[in-house]
Design a protein around this ligand. Sequence first.
Ligand code: ADP
Ligand code: MG
Length: 189
Amino acid sequence: MLKKDARKLYREKRMQLTARERDKLDDLLLIRMQTAPIPFIQTLLSYWPIAASHEPATQLFSDFLSLANPSLAVCYPRTDFKNHTMEAILTTDDTTFIQKENNLFEPDAQTVIAPEQLDMIFVPLLIFDKAGYRAGFGKGFYDRYLACCRPDCIKIGFSYFEPVERLEDRHEFDVPLNLCITPEQVYVF
Ligand code: ADP
Ligand code: MG
C-alpha cells in the first residue's frame, strides 16, 4: 500500500470511531503497554493528541511511565512550520499548553532538551506496517527529528488499528519504530 492511500484510509477509519469506542481502545492500549518490553527511562518526548484527528490518549501512556519513574522528564514538541522542524520542550505538572494557529497544543515553557538526551519518543502515526514503518501526516517532521536522536532511543507508536502488510514507498530518511502498541498486541521491530 502507498502511504498516501494508507493515510486517507486510516484517517477515515479513525474519524469514524465514537468517543466511547476511543475510550475503550485507549484503555486497551494502556493494558497492552503494560506487557511491552520497556526499560527504565529518564527522558520522554510525548505529544499532545490532536482531538480533531482522534489521536490516542498519550497522557495515559506517559502517566504509566511516570509511575515506574516518578522523576521521569516529560517533554512535548514545539514545532516550526516554516522550517518543518521541531524541538523537545521540558514540562512539569504545572505547565500550561497553548493552542497554536495550526491547532496544535504546545507547552508554554522554554527549556529545550537536546534530541540526544531523549530515551524514548512517542511517534504519532496514522498507520504502520509489519516492518515498523509508519505513515505520519506527510510532512516528515518526525523523520527529520529522529535523525538527530541516539540510535538507542526507543521510538514507540500507538495505533487503534493493526498494521498493514507493507508501506511500499519507504524513503531512505524514514526512521522505523522499535515498538508499536495496538489494542490487540505489542509489535517489537
Ligand atoms: P511522514 O513521515 O510524515 O508520513 P514522509 O515520510 O512521506 O512523511 O516525508 C514527507 C517529506 O518530508 C518528504 O517528502 C521529504 O521531503 C521530507 N523529509 C523527511 N525527512 C527528511 C530528511 N531527513 N531530510 C530532508 N527531508 C526530509
Ligand atoms: Mg516518513
